[in-house]
Design a protein around this ligand. Sequence first.
Ligand SMILES: [Zn+2]
Ligand SMILES: [Zn+2]
Length: 362
Amino acid sequence: MLLCACARERVYWGDVHGHTAYSDGQGTVEEYLRHARDAADLDFVIVTDHDFGNAPPWRMPAEAWLHTQDAVEAFTVAGEFVAIAGFEWTSQPKYWSGAKEGGPADRLFAGTPHYYNHKNVYFLARVPDLFSAKDARYASPDLLAEAVRHAGGLIHNCHPSPGPEAVDQWDYSAASALVIRNSEIGPDVLWYEGKKHEPGTESAVRAYLDRGGRTGFVRGTDTHEGKPAARTAVLARELTRAAVFEALRSRRCYAVSHARIELDFRINGHVMGEDIEIEGKPEIAVQVRGTDRIEEIAVIRDGALLRVVSPNSDEARLAFVDESFAGASWYTVRVTQADLDEHGNLSRAWASPIWVRGRAMR
Ligand SMILES: [Zn+2]
Ligand SMILES: [Zn+2]
């Protein structure tokens, strides 16, 4: 375990994104949760079916949402396994403009189409109704965030993309970012079933941060086959739903693409996700315990590479002072490991950012 005893926190592994037959995935919620707990050996999992059904009236039925909440209660045992009920708020062109292939025949909204992409929404306690993107009361990220704030839930941005179907995904206020805490991050380029894809995910998230946006990093399988797996690590004091929520809310979380890489990233002793004010220059400390040879550790400042090392060993430490710090920056760390996933992609880990401001001279 990398984390120091003073923090009294440890890494818990989970998946924050996946589907069942309640939307466009396979299997029951119980099968999904059982796979997460027994086959994938996860500490926590969130089930996030789309807010639409697979046919008119294009809503998840009330019974499905209520049953999802019953199932996570039945599977949660503090200290052993935490299951969380959520849904994927699904706002995409076919719902705004109507009559596209596979979508509803009629337009669900009046007015100008927006391309908000998808957001996962999840709750600490039961809520009677989910907040569908098809409902005019929750049809924008700001409206959604306000409703979720009242319900005590959290939101993260799903599969960010620089593409045309996601142009409005960051269109929300700084106040809404208090509820929309994290974003899924992944490679800009990846291989899938032998073909090269360029989702541009990391660039999309970095561009948002460079515009002054605030977000931590998570990742999910987005499984539609009922097979959640370890993609998000949270740093928490105990394995309870409240502690997992607190870690996600505080952005004490990081994303991995495949292997369970342990990653500790601090600046002046503060952990990932924090917003700090310091005297002098940032003292950056990174500690990695890989599951294979670590090819690269990249420290990124304000979207650009600041320091890159190639440890070529399974464990590595990196510590330096950023002498060129100019008063306000965000930093993150990306680790690349030599092992490959089943599609041929290198394993990676991405630490949630730390935002640093220099204390003003008095
Ligand atoms: Zn989605
Ligand atoms: Zn999804």
